[in-house]
Write a protein that binds this ligand. Structure first.
Ligand code: AMP
Length: 281
């Protein structure tokens, strides 16, 4: 396992790997790795000859008052887990290395960032696209792997790669869940026992939506209301959004036709959790 902290060191390592004919797979993460991240790393190992995982808690994708300061970290544990999942190189720059004095450039994707999480986190996706663009320029990957857990992020990155003619293939991996259905997330570590029980309402509401859909329901409002009703009946929950939308444009739909995305964000206590599923198609 190689651990690289500098941009120039990472670029030199990437050049060497590419010169030796090895295809590079990148898995960008903010660390505190769980099985969901490791599944992305295993997927990358199938698609590339060498897997690079980045571990970087990117300050620019957190808004004021969000959890940047308390975001969980466990670098030694991360190195061990990533090694077990086939990662050969960890790129772990500091914030100063990524954003040195004088830094002033941003990458912004327009329309698909305006929906869902973009409404309550207005600077989030600009931070994500800027850092992912920088990571691509540091690691020079042939393929980059992202989780469908952050469905909107995946859509935004795919848009950026097309629009900016980036030569990297984007691969999505399905949401990885705990045995009871809760989507794995580094932020689950914030939940106390009661909140953890209420957090299961997100998955239960997706299952309810799927049952309604399979029973023939196609009215987005009926599905949305049922999801909101189920989540709101659990203590400590406050719904940020529940949207039924097109999985490419992320625009809300009234009637479900073809493949449709059901996406939601819910505060459970002080912890903001997201989840989603697709219906039909
Ligand atoms: P994060 O460290 O939260 O920024 O996540 C890094 C990558 O792991 C992103 O592409 C996420 O979508 C992905 N990821 C996080 N949790 C999961 C999960 N439960 N299932 C699939 N992918 C995930």
């Amino acid at each position: 396992m190689r651990i690289i902290e500098s941009v120039s060191g990472m670029q030199a390592a990437a050049d060497e790997l590419r010169a030796s004919g090895r295809k590079i797979g990148l898995v960008p993460t903010m660390g505190y790795l769980h099985e969901g991240h490791l599944e992305l790393m295993r997927a990358a190992a199938k698609q590339a000859d060498v897997v690079v995982a980045s571990i970087f808690v990117n300050p620019t994708q957190f808004g004021p008052g969000e959890d940047l300061d308390r975001y969980p970290r466990d670098f030694d544990g991360d190195v061990r887990k990533a090694g077990g999942a086939g990662v050969e190189v960890i790129f772990a720059p500091t914030a100063e290395e990524m954003y040195p004095p004088g830094f002033q450039t941003k990458v912004r994707v327009e329309r698909v960032t305006k929906h869902l999480c973009g409404l309550s986190r207005p600077v989030h996706f600009e931070g994500v696209t800027t850092v992912v663009c920088k990571l691509f320029n540091c690691v020079k990957p042939d393929v980059a792997v992202f989780g469908e857990k952050d469905f909107q992020q995946l859509v935004v990155i795919e848009r950026m790669v097309i629009d900016l003619n980036m030569e990297v293939r984007i691969v999505g991996v399905p949401v990885q869940r705990e045995p009871d259905g809760l989507a794995m997330s580094s932020r689950n570590a914030y939940l106390n026992a009661e909140e953890r029980r209420s957090a299961l309402s997100l998955f239960k509401s997706l299952e309810l939506a799927r049952r309604l859909y399979n029973g023939g329901e196609r009215d987005a409002r009926v599905i949305r209301d049922a999801v909101i009703g189920l989540i709101s009946s659990h203590p400590f929950t406050s719904v940020d959004y529940v949207e039924v939308c097109d999985p490419v444009s992320l625009e809300a739909v009234d009637v479900l036709k073809g493949r449709t995305l059901l996406a939601l964000a819910v505060n459970v206590g002080r912890t903001r959790l997201i989840d989603n599923c697709t219906l039909g198609g």
